[in-house]
Design a protein around this ligand. Structure first.
Ligand code: TMP
Length: 208
């Protein structure tokens, strides 16, 4: 039996990590087999690509190079880890996936919908999340709550206009794939968001 593939998406500072950690605890305590990953990363090769992408030294990197590097990291993660785990019936939870490429490189870097859709298809083939949770909060609000951006992170430290475009990109991709992407209001407190997150996961995947 194939495992469920669940991804989390959202702008910086919306509380993704908190919700992913809660899901990890929930699955662990209820004895459900699960694998937790973050993108870019999750394999030795993908972590090296992550360091290259996020390094402040690489400020000349253009949008296309960035998109292809994210895809390269993803291709390795899918082949080495995700595909075998799903085949084995394991629930796979990934913090960011193809919709991040859509929002950051497609919308904010301006590569466009068609380029990213084609790239995502080439990279992932038939591995598509069963459910994507988009934690919905506009970037100004998220940064205010987080207390500002991480200045050492090349993507996070982009202008607020860049992050507004990321947010608009997420809204667009959510409207393109309404069956797969569920928008959850992330402005509630962490307990309130978690109630919504676990309700959707239980209703839409094999997680119990
Ligand atoms: P993280 O800080 O949530 O681990 O994500 C790393 C950064 O990479 C974050 O700023 C979002 C960005 N990103 C993209 O720009 N495109 C992608 O495809 C992915 C997966 C992440």
């Amino acid at each position: 039996m194939k495992g469920s593939f669940i991804t989390f998406e959202g702008c910086e500072g919306v509380g993704k990590t908190t919700q992913v950690d809660r899901l990890r605890r929930y699955l662990d305590e209820s004895g459900q087999k699960a694998l937790f990953l973050r993108e870019p990363g999750g394999t030795a090769i993908s972590e090296k690509i992550r360091a290259m992408i996020l390094s402040k030294e690489n400020d000349k990197m253009n949008g296309k190079c960035e998109a292809l590097l994210y895809s390269a990291a993803r291709a390795q993660l899918l082949g080495e880890v995700v595909a075998p785990a799903l085949e084995d019936g394991t629930t796979v939870v990934c913090d960011r996936f193809t919709d991040s490429t859509f929002a950051y490189q497609g919308a904010a870097r301006g590569l466009g919908t068609d380029f990213i859709d084609a790239l995502n298809r080439l990279t992932c083939g038939d591995i598509v999340p069963d459910l994507t949770i988009f934690l919905d909060m506009p970037p100004r609000k998220a940064f205010a709550r987080k207390g500002g951006a991480d200045k050492n992170d090349r993507l996070e430290s982009q202008s607020i206009e860049f992050h507004e475009k990321v947010y608009a990109g997420y809204k667009e991709v959510a409207s393109m794939y309404p069956q797969r992407i569920v928008c959850i209001d992330a402005s509630k407190d962490a307990d309130g968001v978690w109630e919504d997150v676990i309700a959707v996961i239980r209703a839409r995947t094999r997680v119990r």
